[in-house]
Design a binder for this molecule. Structure first.
Ligand SMILES: [Zn+2]
Length: 122
């Protein structure tokens, strides 16, 4: 239902179509589950522990962000009623992809120093 509302709002151009939509799960997603456009919040014991998604820079690598504050580094993911995630702080890949981006209300915003801003072509 939320997905339908989100699609209608983006079709009406009232919101930007999100690059990522949150799904709350209790197990780490398998590589097959990890479809582009989904951000998995892995919960255990009622706590959000990890955020997992495919790198939007196109290397396709699984990104796993720790949401547990006592680990370093850690991130905060807030999800709005349209299931659009906002991630703080930014995410920087240290692989060949070298992408650096923010996720705000489900949309990927590339940083000026990002080595990749769109899917890698190869
Ligand atoms: Zn990448």
């Amino acid at each position: 239902m939320i997905g339908l509302i989100r699609r209608v709002l983006s079709r009406l151009r009232m919101i930007e179509a999100p690059d990522l939509v949150t799904a709350v799960v209790s197990q780490h997603p398998t590589p097959k589950d990890l479809t582009p456009g989904r951000l998995f919040l892995v919960q255990s014991e009622g706590l959000e522990k990890w955020a997992c998604f495919r790198c939007p820079g196109g290397c396709g690598q699984k990104i796993m962000l720790s949401l547990v504050g006592r680990r370093e580094p850690s991130w905060v993911v807030r999800t709005d009623w349209l299931k659009r995630p906002t991630i703080q702080p930014s995410v920087r890949q240290i692989n060949r992809c070298g992408c650096h981006f923010w996720v705000t209300r489900g949309c990927v915003d590339w940083c000026g120093d990002s080595a990749t801003r769109s899917p890698l072509q190869d």
